[in-house]
Design a protein around this ligand. Structure first.
Ligand code: P6P
Length: 334
């Protein structure tokens, strides 16, 4: 826990002072996301008490049952962002197409892509879930943003982060100046700096994957997981298996403790399950700024050019040495 009492607003302003040319638009956008997180967190934390559980009867673009909290989180993100004049376009994992800024509002220089509530299938079991977001600069020529703005490589992100709604609500983000964690104190309604300059250990002792998919995995993936289970004191094996089934929760634990998360492609789904734009890219930005690495098994995630806004990708992410070692097995070099 940091010794200084620093709110997320203070941290954002202190960071902005390093850029004399900054207009404050970007800082305000990060603050807007923190505000939306407070509102979403309030509903998530009382989900067990108020009838916001259960399904809405509708499905999202992926044919997945949409829970009321998914829709609520999606609407809060939109309503907190659409009128601020900082964005030129948005894209949500819950929406088929990009989300234009309403004509009645002005456009800004930034693009926001987000998964409003990832892991929501865990809501009823009170498992931690999260909001994941990326911020890009506008690259298209017109006044209003386009699909092109939302399909930039992850390496073009200017900021990314997540909010994990768990035992406490935490917002972890980076604007390229280190990765910092802020814990929400509901008694004062502020996110307070609790984890400054997070660095993921270069090697961990935890692996996170759904071993129920074993039969569908490639030979390389199977060999890698078997390797982690072998006993070898010199290389701290066997690793411990830790899998929550909620990406933000699994990623957050591995970011703090070290380790590797794998959702590889398989025989039925060669591109895996997770989304490149809404999940892999923001977490890859964060993990690299924390000293880790993220790959699809062959290519650095941040170097992948999205072709479709809902494109999926295999995701191998976490401690740099572990991810590199996993790549060697997946590429059948070991
Ligand atoms: P599986 C949740 O539905 C999610 O999108 C991620 O949060 C999580 O990592 C993954 O799917 C879990 O998938 O197939 O292991 O249940």
């Amino acid at each position: 826990m940091s010794d200084r009492l620093v709110t997320i607003e203070r941290h954002i302003m202190e960071t902005q002072r390093q850029y004399p040319e900054a207009t404050g638009e970007f800082s305000a956008l990060v603050y807007d996301i923190a505000f939306a997180a407070k509102v979403i967190g309030r509903e998530v934390n009382k989900a067990g008490l108020v009838d916001v559980l259960g399904y809405t009867g509708s499905q999202n673009v992926h044919g997945e049952e949409v829970r009321k909290l998914d829709e609520f989180a999606d609407s809060i993100m939109f309503r907190a962002m659409d009128h601020t004049g900082r964005l030129c376009v948005m894209a949500s994992e819950e929406q088929e197409d990009i989300i234009p800024i309403p004509e009645k509002y002005g456009c800004g220089h930034y693009v926001l892509t987000y998964d409003p509530l990832d892991g929501s299938s865990n809501i009823d079991a009170n498992v931690s879930i999260g909001t994941i977001f990326s911020i890009y600069r506008k690259v298209s020529s017109g006044e209003r943003g386009t699909l092109e703005d939302c399909l930039q490589k992850g390496s073009a992100q200017v900021a990314a982060g997540y909010v994990v709604y768990g035992a406490s609500t935490m917002m972890v983000f980076s604007t390229g100046n280190g990765v910092h964690g802020f814990t929400y104190d509901p008694s004062v309604g502020e996110f307070l700096l609790s984890h400054s300059h997070i660095q993921i250990p270069q090697r961990g002792r935890i692996y996170s994957t759904n071993e129920g998919n074993y039969q569908r995995w490639s030979e390389g993936t199977r060999k890698y997981i078997a390797y982690l289970k072998e006993s070898d004191k010199a290389s701290n094996r066997p690793y411990s298996a830790r899998y929550i089934g909620s990406l933000v929760a699994d990623f957050h634990r591995n970011l703090l403790y070290g380790g590797i998360f794998l959702y590889p492609g398989d025989k039925e789904s060669p591109r895996g399950k997770l989304r490149l734009v809404y999940e892999a890219n923001p977490l890859a930005f964060l993990v690299e700024h924390a000293g880790g690495y993220a790959s699809d098994g062959n290519t650095r995630i941040l170097d992948l050019k999205p072709r479709d806004i809902h494109e999926r990708t295999p995701l191998i992410i976490g401690s740099r040495e572990d991810v590199r070692e996993a790549e060697e097995f997946i590429q059948e070099k070991r």
